[in-house]
Design a protein around this ligand. Sequence first.
Ligand SMILES: NC(=O)c1ccc[n+]([C@@H]2O[C@H](COP(=O)([O-])OP(=O)(O)OC[C@H]3O[C@@H](n4cnc5c(N)ncnc54)[C@H](OP(=O)(O)O)[C@@H]3O)[C@@H](O)[C@H]2O)c1
Length: 360
Amino acid sequence: VPHALITGGTGAIGFATARRLCAAGWSVAVTGRSAAHFPEPLAELGVRFTVCDRDDSARLRAVAAGGADLLVDCACKTAAQAHDVAELLGSFGSTVLISSRAVYVDAQGRHLNSDEPPSFDGPIGESQPTLRPDGSAAGTREGYGPNKVAAERVLLDCGYPVSVLRASKVHGSWSRRPREWVFVKRALDRRRHLFLAGNGRGGDHCTAAVNIAALVEVVAGQPSRRVLNVADPDVPTALDIAHLVASHLGHSWEEMLIEGDGPGEAAVGRTPWDLCPPVVLDTSAALELGYRPVGGYAETVIEELDWLATQYRDRRAGWPLPAVDDPFFAPLMNYAAEDSLLALWASQPGGGDGFKRPSP
Ligand SMILES: NC(=O)c1ccc[n+]([C@@H]2O[C@H](COP(=O)([O-])OP(=O)(O)OC[C@H]3O[C@@H](n4cnc5c(N)ncnc54)[C@H](OP(=O)(O)O)[C@@H]3O)[C@@H](O)[C@H]2O)c1
């Protein structure tokens, strides 16, 4: 029975990958920082869990002792973490490093985490230039890409077969940042109105964790040193996602489309899928290797929507659904600012504050 170790394996990508490998007859072990975050469905499949902070080199060595056919590293974000794992790769058949499209730069050197958004000429291939590797500012938005590039370089240069998979915006159940929460919570809270900036026409390329798992299985069968983009076959708009969430959760809201950005610091109407045009990954190299996506965004996101709804309704103690003051989610879910804008629009027919009221 082939064996896989997945570090940082209790989140969206680890969950989907462990489950897929189990279905294909592998034995799987996962690590994470908290046993409370180990998904029960994985335990039911016989997946083993070990506590291991990715920055604890000695613990990582102990967990990886004995090796495995496959290592999938979902928690490697710096060159130092990559060096720790590179020392161990002699006892692994092959390795997958989960990386990100945030490494790519456009012709002006802009990237997904720069203040000014990047502008690419079309779908981004793997040969698109990347940021320069830089180990400073790890743990910050600006430092994420340069540190990811540094980690990629260490593993690609270490002489062992390493597949670097560059993902887009990941969705899947057990995610620690389930972006669809911005619509799911509103639907469960029975909000009657949904504001969407940019008329809801912004969008983004997303990557289902189950699609990453499909590519992991392909590269595990063909160990080599390579870089591959991984993303869904389609690119939804914010409006598509809003429709999907509301209809799946049996809710309806009046869509209040705002031209341009929403008003005020609260930026009413902003969503995580506001890129116009969206940043799209070219996945032809993965397809040529044999990658077959499990499905498009709408089919693959449903499991996460149901998982979020269940977690919210059960209020499972200890499970990290985003807190109301979560710095990522709070500005995107400012009900008070939305209610103020509604009141303003109600009192000023034709719109207020320069923002166009949508036609009925
Ligand atoms: N999410 C995205 O949109 C996205 C996009 C592109 C690339 N990526 C890459 O995907 C990887 C994350 O995968 P994911 O989306 O499945 O993440 P996730 O849902 O956020 O889950 C993170 C996983 O990593 C564990 N973890 C976090 N910090 C750790 C640490 N210091 N030591 C050990 N384990 C740690 C978590 O366990 P605990 O909860 O126990 O800490 C959990 O198992 C990262 O390498 C990231 O750069 C993510």
